[in-house]
Design a protein around this ligand. Structure first.
Ligand code: ATP
Length: 134
C-alpha cells in the first residue's frame, strides 16, 4: 500500500499527522487530489474540508484557508484553524452561523461585511464537516 504522510498544523499545534492513500482538498484554483509521489506544489486553500482516504475510510478535517505544501512523500497543510470532524462543536458553529447571518441581515452602519461573510463561511464549513463525524 502506497501512502503519503500528511500533517495539518495550526498556530495552536498539530491537528493531524497520519499516513493516507489520497488527500483531497479545495485550493483557490480548484479541487486537488494528491496521491503518493505527486510533484512538489504549494497552493492556497479555501475555507473547506480536507478529505483523507485510507483503506476504504475517509477522514474529514475543516480548514479555515491556509496553505498546502506537497512533496513526493509528504503533504503539509498550514491553517489558521483546523478541526477534525469529531472535534467540531456543532452548537458553537450553529451559533456562529446565526450571529453572522444576523449581522449580514441587520446591515448596521459599522458592519464589516467581509468579516461577517468569512465568519459565516467558516461556520457553514464546520457544520458541513461535522456531518461526516463518525
Ligand atoms: P467562533 O465565533 O465560534 O469563535 P470563529 O470562526 O470565529 O468561530 P476561529 O477564529 O476560526 O473561530 O477559531 C478560533 C479557535 O476556535 C480555533 O482554535 C478553532 O479551531 C476553534 N473553533 C472555532 N469554532 C469551533 C467549533 N465549532 N468547534 C470546535 N472548535 C472551534
Amino acid at each position: 500500500m502506497s501512502t503519503v504522510t500528511t500533517s495539518i498544523v495550526t498556530p495552536d499545534g498539530p491537528v493531524l499527522e497520519e499516513d493516507y492513500e489520497m488527500v483531497s482538498c479545495t485550493a483557490e484554483n480548484g479541487e486537488l487530489g494528491i496521491l503518493p509521489g505527486h510533484i512538489p506544489l504549494v497552493a492556497p486553500l479555501k475555507v473547506s474540508s480536507v478529505r483523507l482516504q485510507i483503506q476504504g475510510r475517509t477522514d474529514y478535517v475543516s480548514v479555515s484557508g491556509g496553505f498546502l505544501e506537497v512533496r513526493p512523500d509528504r503533504v503539509t497543510i498550514l491553517a489558521q484553524s483546523a478541526e477534525r470532524a469529531s472535534d467540531i462543536d456543532v452548537d458553537r458553529a450553529e451559533q456562529a452561523k446565526q450571529r453572522a447571518e444576523k449581522r449580514l441581515q441587520d446591515k448596521q452602519a459599522n458592519l464589516d461585511q467581509i468579516r461577517a461573510e468569512q465568519a459565516l463561511n467558516r461556520a457553514i464549513n464546520r457544520l458541513d464537516v461535522a456531518s461526516h463525524a463518525r
